[in-house]
Structure formats: C-alpha cells, structure tokens
Design a protein. Structure first.
Length: 88
C-alpha cells in the first residue's frame, strides 16, 4: 500500500471522519447518562432537596448535548456547546 499524498484525502473523507467522531461521542454521552440514571434510581427519596433536580438537569444537558452532535451543519458539532439547557 502506498503512502497518502496531500491531495488524496478528500473533503468527503474528512466529513465522514468528523461524523464518525460525533457519533462516537454521542454514544459515549448517552451511555454516561444511562449510568447516571441507573445510579440515581432509588436515591431520590432519601436525597437532599435539590439533588433530584440537579440529576435531572444534568441528564437533560447530556441528552441535549448528544442530540446537537448529529443535528448537522456547523452548529451541530462541538461549536454547539453551551447552548440549550440552562440551570436557571
């Protein structure tokens, strides 16, 4: 197999690689949310006030971030961080 030259990598290849990275990160974020949700189950009743709201906000933020990763366009990637759910 020969080495790649600068013109061998097309824009389509770069876009496919970026999409695969976003999908992998999205999968990891959703797995994190599932783990948090599973760990939090059964703890709501004995938790301090505000703890449940904090967990729910965190889960919502993770899901919102994961969804933004595949919305497409320039705002659908890492540049979409910080938008959406607000703790206030």
């Amino acid at each position: 197999m020969s080495a790649l030259r600068p013109g061998d990598i097309t824009d389509e290849m770069i876009q496919a690689m970026d999409a695969a990275k976003r999908q992998g990160l999205q999968k990891d974020l959703r797995a994190l949310a599932a783990n948090i949700r599973a760990d939090a189950e059964g703890r709501y009743d004995s938790a301090e006030p505000g703890w449940r709201a904090g967990v729910e906000w965190t889960l919502l933020w993770i899901e919102n971030t994961a969804a933004q990763l595949t919305e497409g366009g320039p705002g659908g990637g890492a540049g979409g961080r910080g938008q959406g759910v607000s703790p206030e």
